[in-house]
Write a protein that binds this ligand. Structure first.
Ligand SMILES: CCCCC/C=C\C/C=C\C/C=C\C/C=C\CCCC(=O)SCCNC(=O)CCNC(=O)[C@H](O)C(C)(C)COP(=O)(O)OP(=O)(O)OC[C@H]1O[C@@H](n2cnc3c(N)ncnc32)[C@H](O)[C@@H]1OP(=O)(O)O
Length: 160
């Protein structure tokens, strides 16, 4: 039996962000089952245009009993921070992802992923993010994204 619906609504000044229209429908590992028992995700931009996500970690993301697997948090960081770079106009893949796990994340609650573009230099785009709820930070990450040629990005996207 699937879990009941969860409230993924954003804050008042956020606008919903349509990830598939930007990057295609390939992001199924994290975003592919909006009514499933793994993750449920909704993307937004905040008032400054930065990417935000509301994410529910379902029972299938379990690692330590009752809590999210570290890899499930890393997968979320990979997708959201990579997508944050795309949303800021950079066609990238993730070259390096460094995650600090700060607190055990209880399953079946909605948390927020915040992101910001820290810097760009040549092909490198540095993105930082955190998974949090209220004052509690569950994980923080630094993500080095590397731009790829527009042509390569278009070809990859065309394969989906
Ligand atoms: C999910 C599919 C993604 C495909 C994207 C393509 C387009 C399709 C359309 C939509 C995309 C969809 C969604 C986007 C949103 C999120 C998706 C999640 C993100 C991912 O999940 S994506 C999968 C995981 N990702 C990989 O599977 C990458 C495999 N890998 C490579 O494809 C190469 O490895 C690459 C391209 C990274 C670099 O290769 P390269 O030959 O082009 O460039 P090079 O090595 O010369 O590096 C240039 C400068 O970056 C520095 N540099 C590079 N890597 C570094 C590292 N790790 N640490 C420190 N510095 C590094 C160098 O030191 C040099 O720096 P400097 O210029 O200063 O010397």
């Amino acid at each position: 039996m699937p879990m009941p619906p969860v409230d993924l609504s954003g804050e008042a000044n956020w606008t919903e962000f349509d990830a598939p229209s930007l990057v295609g429908a390939s992001l199924r590992f994290v975003s592919g089952e909006p009514e499933g028992d793994r993750y449920r995700v909704r993307y937004y931009r905040n008032a400054d245009g930065a990417l935000r996500a509301r994410i529910w970690f379902g029972p299938e993301t379990e690692g330590p009993p009752g809590h999210a697997h570290g890899g499930s948090m890393a997968a979320v960081m990979d997708e959201v921070l990579g997508l944050a770079a795309w949303a800021a106009g950079y066609p990238i893949v993730v070259g390096n992802l460094n995650v600090d796990f700060r607190n055990l994340l209880p399953l079946q609650q909605v948390v927020t992923v915040e992101s910001e573009i820290l810097s760009t230099s040549g092909r490198k785009v540095m993105v930082r993010g955190r998974i949090c709820k209220g004052d509690t930070v569950y994980a923080e990450a630094d993500c080095l994204c590397i731009t790829i040629p527009e042509q390569a990005a278009a070809e990859l996207a065309g394969k989906h």
